[in-house]
Design a protein around this ligand. Structure first.
Ligand SMILES: [Zn+2]
Length: 259
């Protein structure tokens, strides 16, 4: 019996070495925790979960309740092409580390845990959604990185939400510079016309209400460009869901938009 358990464990380790968290460690650092999928006592208080009251359009929290339907200055001054954006957490300390671990250190095992928090943030979007689509990675970067972090999050979220998922509905048709180091306006110019719905996927997108998933909302340049591509293909509505969001006032030009 005992040796059977060890044999199962050894087999599991050989098959999925990256996904076995044993013993469990904090999702954001390497401290040990009691249960897998949690944060340690140091990281919990530093994680900023985004809560209502928030801007109905941008999902950015207000300091105090402004009443139902109140919009942020950002949403009024610069109305986005998508209907609503929601994010699970502010892009601060532990959230930033989780995104970087997922993106640059092949920690795809983090995606299902991150998607659980995204599910909570997407409560209002799910009843209005038909299809979940990720931001596509540039082909050259996909070959180097071997996975698309947005697609990992989108797949895990779609499974939890019980929604159809299409990882390849949108493609990049233009090479873009890295968004790191660019200001808001330059980011917009960089990604303008960079995406399209694949011609064979137009039928899957036309008339649908799409949830577009990315890892981090920075200036919104990339998700806006993809939203326009989805609408050109006939999508009825586009909402945006990200794991983290750079909050107004926290923008740093070195933050990477998904690229
Ligand atoms: Zn920690």
């Amino acid at each position: 019996m005992r040796s059977g358990i060890w044999k199962d464990y050894a087999t599991a380790c050989l098959q999925w070495p990256g996904t076995i968290l044993f013993p469990p460690v904090c999702l954001a650092c390497h401290d040990h925790v009691v249960r897998p999928g949690t944060l340690c006592a140091g990281c919990w208080p530093a994680m900023r979960f985004l809560e209502k009251p928030w801007c109905e359009v941008m999902g950015t929290p207000f300091g105090h309740d402004m009443g139902e339907g109140f919009l942020s200055a950002e949403a009024i001054a610069n109305p986005p092409p998508f209907a609503r954006a929601r994010a699970a957490v502010g892009y601060t300390g532990p959230a930033r580390r989780m995104v970087q671990q997922l993106k640059f250190h092949d920690r795809t095992d983090l995606a299902p845990w991150m998607a659980r928090w995204m599910l909570r943030a997407a409560g209002e979007l799910i009843p209005d959604a038909d299809l979940v689509v990720p931001i596509p990675l540039h082909r050259g970067r996909f070959l180097r990185r071997r996975f698309n972090q947005s697609a990992e999050l989108a797949r895990a979220f779609a499974r939890l939400a019980g929604l159809p998922f299409d990882p390849v509905a949108v493609e990049r048709i233009k090479g873009t510079r890295r968004q790191v180091g660019l200001g808001a306006r330059e980011r917009q110019d960089n990604v303008r016309g960079a995406f399209r719905v694949r011609p064979e996927k137009e039928i899957a997108v036309a008339g649908r209400r799409v949830v577009l998933v990315d890892d981090v909302y920075t200036t919104g340049a990339t998700v806006s460009s993809v939203t326009r591509a989805l609408k050109r293909a006939g999508a009825r509505n586009v909402d945006v869901l990200t794991f983290a969001r750079v909050l107004p006032g926290d923008f740093r030009p070195e933050d990477a938009d998904t690229i």
